[in-house]
Write a protein that binds this ligand. Structure first.
Ligand SMILES: Cc1cc2nc3c(=O)[nH]c(=O)nc-3n(C[C@H](O)[C@H](O)[C@H](O)COP(=O)(O)OP(=O)(O)OC[C@H]3O[C@@H](n4cnc5c(N)ncnc54)[C@H](O)[C@@H]3O)c2cc1C
Length: 365
């Protein structure tokens, strides 16, 4: 597929492909995940990929939307994009924090000394969304968050909180503060780890509000949008990995694939092409500074739904062997299921796209 990449972008693709090749050839001792992560990190730094996620003012490369898409897709094409250590920690919301907060939290976070979580999702039985009451120079926070990835190891959680008389705000809450309780730690089928938290009269200084109070939802959505694009780029790379795997399987069998299998394979490639075109177009729109919240939702939907469908078809074509735990399709099947829910379930995103058009008269799609 033509990508109309510049020379620099083509070079970046080659760097990411070479890194992906090196990682895929690594011997991984699964009993020592920390060691694997460190090895991958060193390779990624040497390949010029690690610092893409970090802004130039923090010593990073400040990768653009299209550069990040190229890198993530290239790594996923070799089915290694999900491994930890490839990309450096990203300031995310904390880039909007005050100088004092940046010194206290962002610098040690970027140095890998402390860890963070993102508290957005409320428990399904919440009577009221997590809220805060101003008291003097402090905010008193009550409520709960149900699905904080990396929560068990997090030193602080960037939490969406409804502040009385001000509106939604992103507030940095240290997990060591009195009143913060880790209720449950759990893992999901994709292999990631999460925790649920409750907040009972947790007191934080008002300086812990990230950016202006009242802009919390916008701030949270900025972060959500960049993760949606990361998910989408990873899914389109996996689409190609799965298509390549099925092509190899079909070519290696002695019998010519029947018509039905050919139709299935053509359908896989068509859906992969549609998702990929959408993700690259959206990355270019972001790079042009356009408001593309709808395009990001559509790209995340197309990419996550297509990889789910492609993996399912691929398993059917390859047969029972594909369900053996050590087979790449078995692992992809588990990992990609989460992408249709995380950062917004497909139906919710579809409903939001409708709302943009029908109620707000906004957006291009
Ligand atoms: C791997 C993984 C990592 C995650 N990490 C985090 C994290 O770090 N921080 C965090 O805060 N959350 C995290 N989440 C939670 C995730 O954001 C939520 O699961 C997701 O937003 C869906 O919310 P929910 O689970 O409450 O389901 P619900 O919102 O209750 O949705 C359930 C069903 O109802 C449908 N539905 C709901 N509302 C609508 C609507 N308006 N229109 C149409 N259909 C609708 C949905 O499509 C879906 O089918 C993670 C989830 C996963 C799977």
């Amino acid at each position: 597929m033509p990508d109309f990449l510049t020379e620099e972008q083509s070079e970046l693709r080659q760097q990411a492909e070479s890194l992906a090749q090196q990682i895929s050839e690594m011997e991984m001792d699964s009993s020592d995940p920390k060691k694997i992560q460190l090895q991958i990190r060193e390779k990624s730094k040497a390949a010029g990929i690690f610092h893409l996620t970090q802004p130039i003012e923090y010593g990073g490369l400040g990768g653009t939307a299209i550069e990040l898409t190229i890198a993530r897709e290239s790594l996923a094409i070799k089915n290694v994009g999900h491994l930890p250590g490839i990309f450096g920690p990203n300031p995310g919301l904390l880039s909007k924090a005050s100088k004092e907060m940046k010194q206290k939290f962002l610098d040690p976070y970027l140095a890998g000394e402390i860890e963070s979580g993102f508290g957005f999702t409320e428990p399904s039985d919440a009577q009221r969304h997590t809220w805060a009451k101003p008291e003097g120079e402090e905010l008193v926070i009550n409520g709960a968050k149900s699905y904080v990835t990396g929560g068990s190891n997090a030193d602080f959680i960037n939490t969406l909180v409804e502040v009385e008389d001000m509106g939604p705000a992103m507030i940095l809450i240290e997990t060591s503060r009195p009143g913060v309780e880790l209720k449950t730690a759990f893992s999901s089928v994709d292999g990631s780890h999460h925790a649920s938290f409750t907040f009972s009269n947790v007191r934080v200084p008002k300086s812990h509000v990230i950016g202006e109070a009242g802009t919390g939802m916008t701030r949270a959505l900025e972060q959500v949008n960049s993760v949606r694009m990361a998910i989408a780029a990873n899914c389109i790379g996996l689409n190609q990995f799965v298509c390549d795997l099925v092509a190899d399987t079909l070519k290696s069998t002695n019998t010519d694939p029947n018509h039905e299998t050919r139709v299935k394979f053509g359908r896989m490639r068509t859906h992969a092409f549609a998702a990929r075109s959408s993700v690259y177009r959206t990355a270019r729109l972001i790079e042009a500074g356009e408001n593309c919240v709808n395009e990001i939702m559509a790209s995340k939907i197309l990419a996550s739904e297509s990889i789910a469908e492609l993996t399912d078809i691929a398993i059917q074509v390859v047969g029972g062997e594909a369900l053996i735990e050590s087979h790449p399709l078995a692992s992809i099947f588990r990992r990609v299921r989460a992408t249709r829910l995380a950062e917004g379930p497909t139906d919710t995103l579809h409903a939001n796209i409708s709302r943009g058009c029908l109620d707000l008269n906004l957006g291009r799609i």
